[in-house]
Design a protein around this ligand. Structure first.
Ligand code: NAD
Length: 337
């Protein structure tokens, strides 16, 4: 259904190629007549004492108020006394699940034609809890935290996602044979949730075997749910199956119904400011945001325009073997709308 009352959404253009690809999204959305008012927030050049990070308190409030937003990549400035920008967002907004759909784009040939899977990454704990210290000189320690609460929450999201999106199987990815306590608890929580969803097939796959299976035949997988670090790695592997980081979108799901969509890739400093970036990943993240807002008509329209532009092959950015600039590719998408 299409809605005509404008919705306010937060937009973080971000760093590096972020502002260039955010410009592309604004242009495509305006051309498609999407009724969204963007509330733009940039990463600050100073630390905000209220957030202890380069993200201002106002920018976080904007997401809390709007409950929906789109985020460009953010490069965390190196130095002490502040928190990583992405970690601040995840913690402050309670973004507990990162959903990364990965599917073959019709018209863009890779080694695989039939990839259609979703990785769901636990986003708040695990190896990324930020608890690292030196025990004695030459020995450091990093704590991997797994809690029942966060594991149940992400497992519940994965099964609910599978059920509401017509998916048949959920695979929990783990290394519980070695990480017996931590991954063991993660699996136990997945099993508990699986029992509530008898219509969804549940399986457990050891991460090393999962990597081998993904590269051999990605069609073996449907929905994958996993702890933080594994999710970070596996989702980039999956991006590689369908044509690279320029193409893969994601959406962070938070408590209180917050959804913050973002591309999987980073700020790509090597190509920033050169009008070379592929805006597809952020555009498709914007499409995920529209689906979340139930603006399905506009989502489909923009999605088709992107797919058709890439399939036509006349305008493609360098990462897809073409020679178009970000602006030329964006204009081609607008012409397809
Ligand atoms: P990256 O994803 O920025 O770049 C990896 C490679 O992919 C580069 O060669 C880059 O040019 C290419 N690439 C990425 N996105 C592209 C696009 N849209 N179009 C064309 N090519 C693209 O990874 P990195 O170099 O490891 O990280 C750079 C910075 O980004 C770091 O500061 C890192 O912390 C940050 N980062 C942020 C996020 C985020 O905000 N979610 C995610 C990953 C990395």
């Amino acid at each position: 259904s299409s809605s005509t009352t404008p919705i306010t959404a937060t937009l973080f253009p971000g760093d590096g190629i972020g502002p260039e690809i955010a410009e592309s999204v604004k242009k495509v959305f305006t051309t498609a007549g999407v009724p969204i008012n963007w509330e733009e927030h940039y990463v600050s050049t100073e630390i905000d004492p209220r957030t202890q990070s380069f993200l201002t308190w106002e920018s976080l409030e904007s997401v809390r108020r709007n409950k929906v937003g789109l985020k460009g990549p953010m490069a965390t400035p190196i130095g002490k006394g502040h928190r990583s920008l992405n970690l601040t967002l995840r913690k402050e907004l309670n973004l507990y699940a990162n959903v990364r759909p990965c599917y073959s784009l019709p018209g863009y040939k890779t080694r695989y034609d039939d990839v259609n899977l979703i990785t769901i990454r636990e986003n708040t704990e695990g190896e990324y809890s930020g608890l690292e210290h030196q025990v004695v000189r030459g020995v450091v320690e990093s704590l991997k935290i797994i809690t029942r609460q966060a594991s149940l929450r992400v497992a519940e999201y994965a099964f609910h996602y599978a059920k509401t999106h017509g998916r048949e199987r959920v695979s929990a990815i783990h290394k519980a044979n070695i990480m017996q306590k931590t991954d063991g608890l993660f699996l136990k929580c997945c099993r508990e949730v699986a029992e509530k969803y008898p219509e969804i097939t549940y399986e457990e796959v050891v991460i090393d075997n999962c990597c081998m299976m993904l590269v051999k035949n990605p069609a073996l997988f449907d929905v994958l749910v996993m702890p933080n670090l594994y999710g970070d790695i596996i989702s980039d592997l999956c991006a590689g199956l369908v044509g690279g980081l320029g193409l893969t979108p994601s959406c962070n799901i938070g408590e209180d119904g917050v959804a913050l969509a973002e591309a999987v890739h980073g700020s790509a400093p090597d190509i920033a400011g050169k009008n070379l970036a592929n805006p597809t990943a952020l555009l498709l993240s914007g499409v995920m945001m529209l689906r979340h807002l139930k603006m399905n008509e506009q989502a489909e329209q923009i999605h088709s325009a992107i797919i058709n532009t890439i399939a036509e092959g006349k305008y493609r950015t360098a990462d897809l073997g073409g020679s178009s600039t970000t602006t030329e590719f964006t204009k081609a998408i607008c012409d397809h709308l």
